[in-house]
Design a protein around this ligand. Structure first.
Ligand code: CAA
Length: 392
């Protein structure tokens, strides 16, 4: 068992740390306050190669492993989860889905632009009445012979107002249930695609979350991903990997809050000594460090399993479940360590707490992760992933 990062992974971590400090930290409070989409920062993220990290270099990607991606996600999320969710959706849901399940034409036409960051993409699964219950798709994609006609509404779509490509999940044949669902590549410039107002959110306020309406959108057959009826499995497979990205985001939020709490506790004095010297605070820091490290091991292990080509669905769900709960719990504790200062924006921890909440909700709520984990236990998969070389 090896716990050391490679030279390349360390370099990625360092580059992401510097980028976060120099490019994201300066304007993060302002962007959060004004719900300002980080357009310039996304361009710089593209230049750094953060938007298609795992994609093969022949499609303009970085050709890196999942652990490198996780390390970068962790660093960016210590400061700016509005930026890291843009990165996560583009890398894990859009680029990875297209690279693994798209055909060569789709990769040439779309993946090359998405991996370079020239375009960003959205993953459109959730609907007003289909969030956790993802099989209940109301958006329809009627087979018209040479094309599909898409009608319906998608909710809470990340990058909704800024993406060039939507991966849309829609029901083609209701009688077949989830086996009648398809996934499509939809260009947002096509007639019939309309973008609703930007959501005013508790956290990740600078990220661009919208309702999307599709009205008689004509999608060529060549833009369906995989075989007819593959759409639900596509969504589930893509989300399994996506959950590693969000787990890394949660880990970064927790670690960011912890680092601020340690720094503050060493500097701030009360009753004649730094508050870190008081057991009440020192024990909080000890609990934070321990649980964040446990989350880190789960997240890195899920990434490692994926890189080995082994079954990682249960491991990704465990990582997301645990890391997001740790993020919520310890961002609250970091505010407590800061006392009154923690409650104001200038000290960053209140934003991290607001950002933490979404990690327990999107890409499957904590309750859905428990469903995935418990089903893995009952099917006998979860405790032998180290031994099993399964399909992704
Ligand atoms: N990989 C491959 N196939 C899978 C799978 C996986 N991980 N999980 C399920 N499937 C397959 C099953 O094998 C089954 O296929 P068969 O019938 O052929 O056996 C089919 O999918 C249906 O599976 P279930 O019966 O388990 O489906 P279910 O209705 O009970 O739901 C669920 C399972 C895990 C709860 C699923 O609905 C789920 O993940 N819900 C949460 C949805 C979610 O994560 N939404 C996030 C929105 S996207 C987002 O947030 C992005 C963003 O912008 C940040």
């Amino acid at each position: 068992m090896e716990f050391l990062l490679t030279e390349e992974q360390l370099a990625v971590q360092e580059a992401a740390r510097e980028f976060t400090k120099n490019e994201l930290l300066p304007g993060v409070i302002e962007r959060d306050k004004n719900m300002k989409f980080p357009k310039d920062e996304v361009r710089k993220m593209a230049e750094m190669g953060f938007l298609g990290m795992m994609v093969d270099t022949k499609y303009n990607g970085g050709g890196m492993d999942t652990l490198s991606y996780v390390l970068a996600m962790e660093e960016l999320s210590k400061v700016d989860s509005s930026c890291s969710v843009i990165m996560s959706v583009n890398n894990s849901l859009v680029c990875w889905g297209l690279e693994v399940y798209g055909n060569e034409n789709q990769k040439e036409k779309y993946l090359t632009k998405l991996a370079s960051g020239e375009w960003i993409g959205s993953f459109c699964l959730s609907e007003p009445e289909a969030g956790s219950d993802a099989t209940s798709q109301r958006t329809t994609a009627i087979d018209m012979g040479d094309h599909y006609l898409i009608n319906g509404t998608k909710n809470w779509i990340t990058n909704g107002g800024s993406s060039s490509i939507h991966l849309v999940i829609a029901q083609t044949n209701t009688e077949l249930g989830h086996k009648g669902i398809n996934a499509f590549i939809v260009e947002t410039s096509w007639p019939g695609v309309s973008i609703g107002a930007k959501e005013d959110k508790l956290g990740i306020r600078a990220s661009d979350t919208h309702t999307i309406m599709y009205t008689d959108v004509k999608v060529p057959k060549s833009n369906r991903i995989g075989e007819d009826g593959f759409g639900f499995k596509f969504a589930m497979k893509v989300l399994s990997g996506g959950r590693i990205g969000i787990a890394a985001q949660a880990l970064g939020i927790a670690a960011g809050a912890y680092e601020l709490a340690v720094k503050y506790a060493k500097e701030r004095e009360a009753f004649g000594k730094p508050i870190a010297q008081h057991q009440a605070i020192a024990f909080k820091l000890a609990d934070m460090a321990t649980e964040i490290e446990a989350a880190r091991l789960l997240v890195y292990r899920a990434a490692w399993l994926k890189d080995q080509g082994m079954d990682y669905t249960g491991a990704a769900a465990m990582a997301k479940l645990f890391a997001s709960e740790v993020a919520m719990k310890h961002t609250v504790e970091a505010i407590q360590v800061h006392g009154g200062y923690g409650y104001v924006k200038e000290y960053h921890v209140e934003r991290l707490m607001r950002d933490a909440k979404i990690t327990q909700i999107y890409e499957g709520t904590s309750e859905m992760q428990r469903i995935v984990i418990s089903r893995n236990i009952l099917s006998g998969q979860l405790y032998e992933p180290m031994m099993k070389s399964g399909e992704n």
